[in-house]
Write a protein that binds this ligand. Sequence first.
Ligand code: AMP
Length: 137
Amino acid sequence: MTCVFCKIAAGDIPSHKVAETDRVLAFLDVKPLATGHVLVVPKRHAERVADMPPEDAHAVMDVAQRVLRRLSGALGAEGATVAWNDGRAAGQEVQHAHLHVVPRREGDGFGPVHALFTKRPETSAPQLQEIAAKLRG
Ligand code: AMP
C-alpha cells in the first residue's frame, strides 16, 4: 500500500484524528491553511470524487457537517471554505479523494473560492443553455 491517506486510515501513519465512522476518517491537515484545517477522507481508496461509491460520498459529507459544527462550536470559526481539489488539473496532490474543511474568520483576507479564477470566460445566455444541455446529457 503506497497511498498516504490509506496508510492513515489503516492507522499505519499517525494522524490527529477529529472524527471517525466505519467509512470515513477526519483528521487535521499537517500543513494547515488555517488553524483547525481538517481533511475528511473515505477509508476505501478512491482517487477522484466521481470514483467514490455514493455511500462513501454521502458519509464524507455527513462527517464534514459534524466537523463544521465542531469548528464553530469548539474553535469559534465564523465560516468555512469546504473544497475538493478534484484531479491533478485542480491541484490535487494526494491522489486519494479528500474534502478540505478550512475554518474562516471575518476579515481573514483570503476571499472566496471565486478568487482563484482570475480569467473568467464571457458566456452568453445561449451558450449557458447549450452547456447546461450538454451536462444534462
Ligand atoms: P491536495 O492538494 O488537495 O491533494 O491536498 C493534500 C493535503 O494533504 C495538503 O493540504 C497536505 O498538507 C495534506 N497532507 C499530506 N500528507 C499529510 C499527512 N500525512 N497528514 C495530514 N495531512 C497531510
